[in-house]
Write a protein that binds this ligand. Structure first.
Ligand code: 5AD
Ligand code: SF4
Length: 476
């Protein structure tokens, strides 16, 4: 009898990719996808350890799963519970202690061993734990991606991190930096395009540190992107997440030269204060970052930037925070994610004495998020009235509605004449006249073929960037 598998994914896009690969590796064992926990024989929680909140969610979800498991057992049924991802890696023993009913604990580098772990779990009592960093790469032992991932696909090209930012768990949970060989990446990309992908987002914790083997040489990310751009049918390429230090000349030039490389880049800065950046071990100053941004804008004037920020990192005072706000105003982000610093066990910053109190963190976060929202509004507003090419990758709330993404990664909703038009347009790139610009999304209607505003820049120019606001004190 077919068994059913439900995977719940937390955290980053790499986890989304990993979840799909876990489904692939379990399919030969007879596991088909389930829509929810109730319909599943096995549940995998693919977890995130980046901040405390993310990690704690897992334990409360496990409590709920245990109730289902118990109810199942009373009627002679069975629910296998697996915890994967970065919480599994970092807190394997803690999971065993706090949630002894968990059957499998598997770290991100051991997913290719899942079939064996499942077999062992059905025999053994108590959790089967695999949080090794095996000498073999999981990528060499996972089956080729099977499930069609839709018009917009993720492809992990690099994993792990050697940067050791003082606040971050990733170097401990994902391990040392590793780049997949060029041939494997190209083969997977062709497969995805063959299955209907029009857009591929290259993933890696430090994706622009990519240095994949190509025969006896090594390719950087720029070279890989140029080769991917040759694939027939692949219209859009993106990559995330990048580190400012690895933003080399070739990659910046790729933004000018490769039309398929979309004019949007997530380039986390974390802070605008040199003192904080030094404490964070980021390896650049605010001025270094601004220079990288200027070079990027010079290469691709319509580039939209996004970033991550941490407020209240140990050592951040009011003046340091104000420098972060200045940077946000100057760069003119199209989007950004900001977080309160969350001390993570085992990371250097967690042990530092000059922790910032939570009230200050909350106040700074609110100020920063307002600033970011202003920026988003300013970025989106000029799109009203323009015609932009949209890749329709999601169905809307009604059958006659589609959702998609602009080149600048704005979400856009489009009402169509009828359900048939929606079915026809799904998975294609079509010109859309923007009728409304909101803070987090756009709305539009289909426009005539060939009517895209400014087909070189696909939209806007550097004018969206924030006017240089007077540097008034942000915290009064
Ligand atoms: N506390 C708060 N935010 C963090 N991030 C990483 N570690 C922490 C932490 N300990 C944020 C960074 C990173 C993003 C993925 O999560 O901004 O870029
Ligand atoms: Fe974490 Fe820093 Fe590596 Fe990013 S570069 S994954 S923040 S250690």
């Amino acid at each position: 009898m077919a068994k059913k598998l439900f995977i719940k994914t937390y955290g980053c896009q790499m986890n989304v990719y990993d979840s799909a690969r876990m489904a692939d590796v379990l399919a030969p064992l007879g596991y088909a996808p389930a829509a929810d926990v109730e319909g599943a024989d096995m549940v995998v929680l693919n977890t995130c350890h980046i901040r405390e909140k993310a990690a704690e969610k897992v334990f409360s979800e496990l409590g709920r799963l245990n109730a289902v498991k118990r109810a199942r057992a009373e009627t002679g049924g069975r629910l296998t519970i697996a915890v994967a991802g970065c919480v599994a890696q970092a807190e394997g023993e803690e999971i065993r202690r706090r949630a002894p009913y968990v059957d499998i604990v598997v770290g991100p580098q051991a997913y290719h061993r899942l079939p064996e772990l499942v077999a062992r779990a059905t025999r053994a009592a108590g959790a089967v734990l695999d949080t090794d960093f095996p000498p073999e790469s999981k990528f060499d032992h996972l089956p080729a991606a099977t499930a069609a991932s839709g018009p917009s696909a993720f492809l992990t090209v690099q994993e792990g991190c050697d940067k050791f930012c003082a606040f971050c768990v990733v170097p401990y949970t994902r391990g040392a930096e590793y780049s997949r060989p060029v041939a494997a990446v190209l083969a997977e990309a062709r497969h995805l395009v063959g299955a209907g992908a029009r857009e591929i987002t290259l993933l890696g914790q430090n994706v622009n540190a990519y240095h994949g083997a190509h025969g006896k040489t090594e390719w950087g990310l720029a070279r890989l992107i140029a080769a991917l751009a040759e694939i027939d049918g692949l219209a859009r390429i993106r990559y995330t997440t990048s580190h400012p230090v690895d933003m080399d000349e070739a990659l910046i030039a790729a933004h000018a030269r490769v039309p398929a490389l979309m004019p949007y880049l997530h380039l986390p800065v974390q802070s605008g204060s040199d003192a904080v950046l030094r404490r964070m071990n980021r390896g650049y100053t605010a001025a270094d970052y601004r220079r990288v941004v200027e070079r990027l804008y010079a290469a691709r004037p319509d580039l939209a930037l996004s970033s991550d920020f941490i407020v209240g990192h140990p050592g951040e005072d009011a003046a340091g925070f104000a420098q972060t706000c200045d940077l946000v105003r100057d760069v003119g982000y199209a989007q950004a994610y900001s977080f309160k610093y969350s001390p993570r066990p085992g990371t250097p910053a967690a042990a530092w004495p000059d922790q910032v109190d939570d009230a200050a963190k909350a106040e700074r976060l609110a100020i920063l998020q307002d600033l970011v929202e202003d920026g988003q509004r300013r970025f989106n507003a000029p799109f009203a009235g323009r015609i932009v090419p949209v890749l329709f990758d999601r169905v809307g709330r009604r059958p006659s509605q589609l959702a998609g993404r602009t080149p600048h990664l704005q979400a856009i909703h489009v009402d169509l004449d009828d359900d048939g038009a929606a079915a026809r347009l799904f998975g294609t790139i079509a010109p859309v006249a923007v009728t409304a610009a909101h803070v987090n999304s756009l709305a539009g209607r289909i426009a005539a073929a060939g009517s895209v505003t400014d087909d070189v820049a696909n939209g806007i120019d550097a004018a969206h960037r924030a006017p240089r606001a007077a540097p008034e004190a942000v915290l009064r």
